[in-house]
Design a protein around this ligand. Structure first.
Ligand SMILES: NC(=O)c1ccc[n+]([C@@H]2O[C@H](COP(=O)([O-])OP(=O)(O)OC[C@H]3O[C@@H](n4cnc5c(N)ncnc54)[C@H](O)[C@@H]3O)[C@@H](O)[C@H]2O)c1
Length: 425
């Protein structure tokens, strides 16, 4: 069988993560075309995947205007650029694998859900956590009745202070008007997981949270706009940029600050670029802590906490059922199953072999997508766009609840969106 062919739109950080699968499994997947606006990134990607100039484009619209180049497209553009290329690609007959969020506009998500229901193409969203062995095991335990009937979920997303500073204070997702609110940008995965684990529609949501720490009034006295402009507290500040970005380790997050990883180029990027800014003097507005309470149609309740103020950078959960509880720590890849009045079992998941990223979810997701194209009937599809619409709407509803201080009824919220939206019925 020939490898499945794919075209990449957006050869940034995520585009590289998924297309690594083609380098590891050339018998299964081949990247045959790329659209990337940055010439250096485009050339580097062409080199990596041996793509000739005729199949390399500076803009996604030119790639999609060309005669169909591949069986599928992988869309890894920034948050606000997902809707149009997805629609055009589906119309052009491509299967589509789209990075989350589907869109930063709830009405567009509804439209995409309708498109997903109508199209005969595969249209999946990169909700990578559903493919991680950790969450897959939790789902398997719940479905197998390991703790009886599920009643409550406690889910913590421990963002880690340095990750918040990198992505949500200095980086691409710092402003909701340029990308999306934190609950969509960072936590749409978590709401999607809650929906999956709860196993029923979400009926109502409340939420609280704010941007409390990474604000100008918390800037140390005399702190300049950039750390390298002579910051007086550089020795004690947790967020002194050179300590993060000028080490020998040039993998993520350092990899995104410059195309050139030489020390000099990175230092220059910090001197005047976004990642060298004082974290208290940026133009960020997304929250640094937020809680969301959710109720599902089967009476399962969930409490979700996202916080920047953690040392660990991973998810921790407790799933409480009528016969026992499950505790899980994603980074340890460990699950504890406790049966009331019975034994406690420690389940160690050691099989992330070669599937690094989001607990092994990243490469498993692209593998699942490729398998579903090669053998539709056998493949299990966990992250179809049809399924993903609801979890995206939960994120928008949570943000609405946080901003308006209201409890949001999901059916009323969805009805209102449909009534106000652009022909989403
Ligand atoms: N699934 C996940 O867990 C996960 C994790 C991180 C990010 N994301 C999402 O993935 C998406 C991409 O994130 P990223 O970190 O790779 O971003 P990035 O900025 O590294 O990559 C986007 C690329 O698109 C290119 N581009 C911009 N305009 C273009 C155009 N008109 N035509 C072609 N290329 C163009 C940019 O030059 C850039 O290289 C975002 O929506 C982000 O929210 C998902």
């Amino acid at each position: 069988m020939q490898p499945t062919t794919i075209a990449l739109i957006g050869a940034g950080q995520r585009g590289h993560v998924y297309t690594e699968y083609a380098l590891l499994h050339p018998d299964k997947l081949k990247v045959v075309a790329v659209a990337e606006a940055d010439p250096a990134r485009r050339a580097a990607f062409q080199h990596l995947h041996a793509i000739d100039n005729a199949n390399a484009y500076a803009d996604w619209s030119d790639l999609l205007a060309a005669p169909k180049l591949a069986e599928a497209v992988l869309i890894c553009l920034q948050d606000r650029m997902h809707f149009e290329p997805t629609n055009i690609a589906l119309e052009a007959g491509y299967h589509v694998l789209l990075e989350k969020p589907m869109s930063t506009d709830p009405a567009e998500c509804l439209l995409m859900g309708r498109k997903a229901a109508q199209t005969e193409r595969h249209f999946d969203i990169c909700h990578v956590l559903r493919y991680s062995p950790f969450f897959a095991k939790l789902k398997e335990l719940l479905d197998g009745g390991a703790v009886g009937r599920l009643m409550s979920i406690q889910h913590n997303e421990n963002v880690a202070h340095w990750h918040q500073a990198h992505s949500y204070v200095r980086g691409n997702w710092r402003r909701s008007d340029e990308s999306s609110p934190m609950i969509l940008a960072k936590s749409c995965h978590d709401l999607d997981i809650l929906l999956w684990l709860a196993g029923a529609d979400c009926v109502r949501i409340s939420s609280f949270g704010s941007l409390s720490h990474f604000r100008s009034e918390n800037a140390p006295e005399g702190a300049p706009t950039h750390c390298l402009h002579g910051c007086p507290v550089q020795d004690e500040c947790l967020y002194y940029a050179p300590r993060t970005y000028l080490t020998d380790d040039t993998s993520w997050p350092t990899a995104v600050i410059s195309n050139d990883m030489s020390y000099e180029a990175r230092e220059e990027a910090l001197r005047n670029g976004p990642y060298g800014r004082c974290v208290y003097r940026c133009d960020n507005d997304v929250v640094d802590h937020q809680v969301v309470n959710l109720e599902f149609a089967n009476e399962v309740t969930a409490a979700f906490t996202m916080s920047a103020f953690t040392n660990e950078n991973h998810r921790t959960l407790k799933l409480m059922g009528t016969l026992g509880e499950i505790r899980g720590a994603m980074d340890k890849n460990e699950i504890e199953l406790i049966r009331f009045g019975g034994e406690t079992t420690l389940i160690a998941l050691d099989d992330t072999g070669g599937h690094v990223g989001h607990g092994g979810g990243d490469l498993r997701l692209i593998e699942g997508f490729v398998d579903s194209l090669r053998n539709s009937e056998a493949a299990e599809n966990r992250t179809s766009a049809k399924t993903s619409v609801q979890s995206h709407l939960m994120a928008f509803a949570a943000e609405h609840a946080r901003v308006t201080h209201q409890v949001v009824e999901m059916d009323v919220y969805t009805e209102q969106l449909m009534a106000a939206g652009r022909d989403v019925r």
